[in-house]
Write a protein of this length. Structure first.
Ligand code: BES
Ligand code: MN
Ligand code: ZN
Length: 493
């Protein structure tokens, strides 16, 4: 991971291969730099060669007139639309542009952007996240890693008097991004590496490093607990299921915990209701909710958040085979409700049902689950927002706000009781699919039946993987979505 540091500098004295300077639309460049360059920067603005449009860049060689070899103008868009997310994206753009320009040392200055609304610390964290996340690479399976330009090795934040706040924001960014890297790695590993056993051993190793207690329940113990819904999905797989329990109890002794639940489906073939083969390879990302929860637990501990937090990740594959569940089969869940399995591809809700049931043991203050649950959620919202549902509006609002701050937006969908009609079964307490319409909602309505505490559900099917235009800190493959949202939520809730 790249190293971020803070230094006091006059702008004209900043030394770097690339010095990123952020400008709003119509804003003039800093005088100190412009005058050393003979008014060239302001002439670019005047001549509309650099407009300040969001994420636009213009590289200017300084020909020895500054200590920085080149200045990179980076647009922030309209001043009134500024947010931490704009800076996160612009910093990412700066970092990837500096890398393409074969720079190894970048400097930037964000001191002028802080205000009452945006503290220097928050902005440093956002900029740090944008830089680190944009430079993520997953090339460990390649004999010869691809060249993306040079390797950007260091970024210096040139500061005035906001040095301590900036340093603290960067420290948070590094801790959080390490956890996002972990979640991305877990997602990007192929299904034949990232098995339930692999997820469990990685969770144990990473938890040990930061002082989170991590226990893994084996099949025998899962059977003893009566998690028949989870085990129904695991039946078809040769890989043994695992149930990961992570506990980080750093709050008051009697404070009820916040429980995070993540879908840890390491590969989803659909089972007997098998999926079409087009893009089926993407179903290695079906454990992204679980990866986010593991990442969030690690981040919470490295940030020493003063709360009691529990993470639960049921892990299995969903495979067809001679022992696999069949449409029409029944399962008995841990809370006692029976489930008619109409479609074996609606497996996420089956494994989550028992994790949500297990969460009751903690008498939680709140439970938040994340899952790549439905294609229907992608149909509804596309890939720019996760679906958000819940039984407690205060909790839902807190999750939504945390997502907004993190640049991991969620959009609430209804959970009216009318939707329950669609999942009534004639033989069991509930069936695992509704009809054609409102599939993201009927999935959430199914999960709701296994909760009796304040609960929120985030459907990340559309946001868990895939680079997106306009989000330059998202790299190809796993997005590590949810880690930063959860960290913000845990801090504020
Ligand atoms: N893991 C999938 C959902 C998914 C689809 C995630 C596409 C990411 C991209 C989930 O297990 C699933 O298969 N859901 C079914 C539910 C249906 C059978 C009711 C779906 O969405 O088609
Ligand atoms: Mn499925
Ligand atoms: Zn799935």
């Amino acid at each position: 991971m790249i190293k971020l540091s803070v230094k006091s500098f006059k702008l004209a004295d900043v030394k770097a291969d690339v010095f990123a300077v952020f400008l709003f639309e119509g804003e003039n460049p800093p005088k100190e730099l412009d005058s050393k360059l003979g008014g060239y920067l302001s002439s670019l603005v005047k001549g509309k060669k650099f407009s300040g449009k969001k994420l636009s860049v213009r590289q200017v060689d300084t020909l020895g007139k500054l200590k920085a070899e080149c200045v990179l103008l980076v647009g922030l868009g309209k001043k009134e639309d500024f947010s931490a997310e704009v800076l996160r994206a612009a910093s990412a753009k700066a970092a990837t542009s500096a890398r393409s320009a074969r720079g190894t040392a970048m400097a930037l200055s964000i001191g002028a952007l802080s205000s009452k609304k945006h503290t220097a610390e928050d902005l440093a964290q956002a900029a740090g996240e944008g830089i680190i996340l944009s430079l993520y690479k997953f090339d460990q399976y390649k004999k010869k890693p691809e060249e993306n330009g040079a390797e950007l090795r260091s970024v210096v934040f040139a500061c005035g008097d906001e040095k301590a706040e900036t340093a603290s924001g960067l420290d948070s960014a590094e801790k959080i991004c390490r956890a996002v890297y972990l979640a991305r790695d877990l997602g990007n590993h192929p299904g034949n590496t990232a098995t339930p056993t692999f997820l469990a051993s990685n969770a144990q190793r990473e938890c040990r490093k930061v002082g989170v207690k991590c226990r893994v329940l084996e099949k025998r113990e899962i059977e003893k607990l009566g998690m028949g819904s989870f085990l129904a999905v695991a039946r078809g797989s040769a890989e043994p299921p695992k149930f990961i329990i992570m506990e980080y109890l750093n709050g008051r002794k009697n404070e009820k915990p916040i429980v995070l639940v993540g879908k840890g489906l390491t590969f989803d073939t659909g089972g007997i209701s098998i999926k079409p083969s087009g893009n089926m390879e993407d179903m290695k990302f079906d454990m992204s909710g679980g990866g986010a929860v593991i990442g969030a637990m690690v981040a919470a501990a490295s940030l020493k958040i003063k709360k009691n937090i529990v993470g639960l990740v049921p892990c299995t594959e969903n495979m067809p085979g001679g022992r696999a569940i069949k449409p029409g089969d029944l399962a008995r869940s841990m809370v006692g409700l029976t489930v008619e399995i109409i479609n074996t591809d609606a497996e996420g809700r089956l494994i989550l049902a028992d994790a949500l049931g297990y969460a009751k043991k903690y008498k939680p203050r709140a439970v938040v689950d994340l899952a790549t649950l439905t294609g229907a959620c992608m149909v509804a919202l596309g890939t720019h927002a996760s679906g958000l549902f819940g039984t407690d509006q205060k909790l839902v609002d807190a999750v939504r706000a945390a997502g907004e701050n993190a640049g991991e937006r969620c959009w609430q969908l209804p959970l009216w009781e009318e939707y329950d009609e669609q999942i009534k079964s004639s033989v069991a307490d509930v069936k695992n699919v509704g009809d054609r319409y409102g599939g993201a909602i009927t999935a959430a309505a199914f999960l709701k039946k296994f909760t009796d505490y304040p609960w929120a559900h985030i459907d990340i099917a559309g946001t868990a993987y895939g680079a997106k235009p306009g989000a330059p800190y998202l790299t190809a493959g796993s997005a590590g979505i949810g880690v930063r949202l959860l960290v913000g939520f845990l801090k504020s809730f």
